[in-house]
Design a protein around this ligand. Structure first.
Ligand code: MTE
Length: 322
């Protein structure tokens, strides 16, 4: 299908963050810089320049996919991360992922398809109208966030390549950059990080090919320049920094299934009734809400997306297919 009917992003719509910082923010930053200058502390420029500027990514807010809960503060969503290629601690990705090389970047669509194709990141940004969708995200470790993502349904990309009749599953492959990823030494994961979905899950409109968050391009620690977001499944299904998407006939193993098969299954749907061996899944702590006495929230079946996705699993025993 031709994608000519989709609006293109003009270069002028991708604005460096410092240009669109509001005047108030700018004055605050300048104020801090001046204060530090007056005290003879850190060079003003260094303070004002940090954190690194990210380009804005203009998107229309989705009419359909915006949860009502308040969004997690951007600072929390970008400093409390899992990206094991950069280390095991939650702060490691924001501290070390600046070394990730995100340009040039291509994503290969291959495997059981009539017309394999490679897209560069600019082509992906223009392939379909970018939408801002606010999704609930639930990590298997028992915490959750609410994040305004920017992207579009993965199906927009997948339908470009005509899967063959043999295509039953889709595998997602993250990048491996041996010189830039200090966490690759950890033997717990067999790199590259891989994940998978059944074809109907991958084609579901909620499944999002994501290039931005909070109105900007993705920060490296959140999976720049392009990642998956699957909001009704535990966060680890949402592979970061994707370089290949493969249509396959057999259910592909994911990195976590290979590492600890007794703990991680293929489906990994959020399910408060099926505990992980190490963590109950009945409740969750919302990041950013966590005072000492903040009550935990009840975890919802399919992370609250049951109306949309429960039918995909009709007749399946979700205790066995965890
Ligand atoms: N993708 C890659 N390549 N490497 C990872 O370590 N961690 C996963 C997932 N995608 C991971 C990954 C896990 S465990 C979670 S919870 C989410 O990314 C976290 O996404 P966030 O840091 O943007 O919240």
């Amino acid at each position: 299908m031709s994608n000519d009917r989709y609006p293109r992003i003009r270069a002028s719509e991708i604005t460096p963050e410092e240009v669109w910082l509001s005047r108030r923010d700018w004055m605050k930053t300048a104020g801090i810089a001046m204060a530090s200058g007056a005290l003879g502390g850190l060079p003003a420029l260094g303070l004002a320049a940090s954190p690194p500027a990210l380009a804005a990514l203009a998107a229309k807010r989705s009419a359909q996919y915006v949860v009502m809960d308040p969004s997690t503060p951007e600072k929390d969503a970008t400093t409390y991360n899992n990206y094991y290629e950069f280390g095991m601690d939650k702060a490691d990705p924001s501290n070390y992922a600046h070394t990730l090389k995100t340009s040039p970047w291509t994503v290969k669509i291959e495997g059981e398809v009539v017309a394999p194709k490679t897209f560069d990141i600019d082509a992906l940004r223009k392939l379909a109208p970018l939408e801002e969708r606010v999704y609930r995200m639930r990590c298997v470790e028992g915490w959750s966030m609410v994040i305004p993502w920017v992207g579009y349904s993965l199906s927009e990309l997948l339908k470009q390549v005509q899967p063959t009749g043999n295509a039953k599953y889709v595998q997602f492959v993250s990048d491996v950059q041996p010189n830039n990823m200090p966490g690759l030494g950890a033997r717990s994961i067999d790199w590259p990080y891989v994940e998978g979905l059944r074809l109907d899950e991958a084609m579901h409109p909620l499944t999002m090919l994501t290039m931005g968050m909070y109105g900007k391009v993705l920060p490296n620690q959140n999976g720049a320049p392009v990642r998956l977001v699957v909001p009704w499944k535990y966060g680890f299904k949402s592979a970061k920094s994707i370089v290949a998407i493969r249509f396959v006939e057999k259910q592909p193993a994911s990195s976590w299934m290979k590492s600890i098969p007794s703990e991680y299954g293929f489906y990994s749907n959020v399910n408060p009734e099926v505990s992980h061996p190490r963590w109950s899944q009945a409740t969750e702590r919302r990041i950013g809400e966590d005072g000492l006495f903040a009550p935990k929230r009840k975890t919802l079946m399919f992370n609250g997306y049951g109306n949309e996705v429960a039918s995909l699993y009709q007749g399946m025993d979700l205790r066995k297919n965890f």
